[in-house]
Design a protein around this ligand. Sequence first.
Ligand code: NDP
Length: 498
Amino acid sequence: MSVNVSMAAIPAAVTDFIHGSHQLLIDGRWIAASSEKTFSTRNPANGSILAQIASAEAADVDLAVAAARRAFEDGPWSRMTPAARAKLIWRLADALEAKAEEFAFIETLDNGKPLNDARIIDLPHSIEVLRYYAGWCTKLNGESVSLSNPGTWHAYTMREPVGVVGSITPWNAPLMMAVSKLAPALAAGCTVVLKPAEQTPLTALRLGQLILDIGFPDGVVNILTGFGETAGAAITAHPGVDKITFTGSTEVGRIIVKAAAGDFKRVTLELGGKTPVIVFPDADIDRAIEGAARSIFSNAGQICNAGSRLYAHRDVFDQLIEGVARRAGEFRVGNGLEASTQMGPVVSQEQLDRISGFIASGRSQGAQVRAGGGRIGSEGFFVQPTVLTGTRPDMDVVRQEIFGPVLCAMSYEEADLDRIAREANATSYGLGAVLWTKDLATAHKMAKKLKAGTVRVNGGGLDPALPFGGFKQSGWGRELGREGVEAYTELKSVAMAL
Ligand code: NDP
């Protein structure tokens, strides 16, 4: 942990918000949970309680879904033109931009991530996603269809909003996740019941206030804080919900699919990952070292497409591991409010225990710890950036999503693309893959062979226009891009005899 502490001063608006009351947003009003129950959200940097939050249960879900249904069927939302919807979503982006600093602080306090990351990643991306989807409101076209028997009848398609959407989000990038679900749903003309993760509810609640302030009609966005097993399950099972969009663990994704099967709700899932980072001998090794380190240590490894499996050619393996292990030691771990912090705490004691358990299991199965491997301090939920070598495909650390700053490094003997792809693909996940090579042919051939929703070559980030999602057990459907908004529509075909 860093020694010279220069802690950013928390703005008064942030303290006021955190010390305020945190209720449920239903039908344009803040109300207490009908059970009057609350739960605590904690600051992962020291484990202290930040705020008490209303805990929604099935009765609150009924109210929120009814409000969303009214807004969708009869309310001003359904009568609003796409251009008017676009204007409101754009105004939300402007309002978020104006309060970006406030949101960045709230995110850091609630999630633990470095303030600088919140400032330069989470906030700009969230704002851009809103602006990107504001543009889609007026561009959701169908098409005229060329029929096999032209002249006797005419046909076209059109896109209609799917209806009331239940959005369930995780804690690793709370604001980004909430916005990634709200923006396309609203652009398509849907109404939303959003449940943020219990560990990190605060930025979603602050966003709810902006939504009210700028004049979204009542019931269009409802925000229910609470637990997955109660509020989340009630949303998923509710007959008034037409679609569920979920980001989180593959395990809960499976529960959601079962619950949604009863009435065939539309379902989009962004689930776990075990992204391979494949380094070829011709790669720019310095860039590959930096890229591999950032891919697994950013956000303390709590990213669904974190590069958690490193495969490097034997000619460059030692140099690469030495470099990544050195970077692991250099990464400044500390309170996200410290200016020098590059990696904050993980989100909770539970997550810290889970990561520590994986490291212990890797060790017991024969992995060697080349860097890190332990907890830092006893206050807060800090874990060292960790590099494991001697890992094998059958180990739990290689097979399962750890969701922490733990890299499993393996070497391969020959640049046999089919063999490398087979090994990289030997996982139940298929969210991302990263290649480091200067050879275009290798890059294109490997991009084709890898079973992953996103393949990055020599870097590259997240963009609202680029679809994101997974093959295999990493999910169903795509978020972002055109596919991301079309996922909130039903396609209707109209056929007309001439
Ligand atoms: P979960 O999948 O449990 O949580 C994600 C969201 O789902 C939260 O809002 C949660 O509510 C909600 N939820 C939980 N159970 C249900 C349910 N039965 N019905 C409806 N909603 C539900 O993730 P965890 O927080 O437990 O994290 C565990 C592991 O999941 C991590 O270690 C990581 O491996 C993986 N994960 C992956 C993510 C990704 O982006 N791919 C994101 C987060 C976690 P609540 O807040 O009450 O738990």
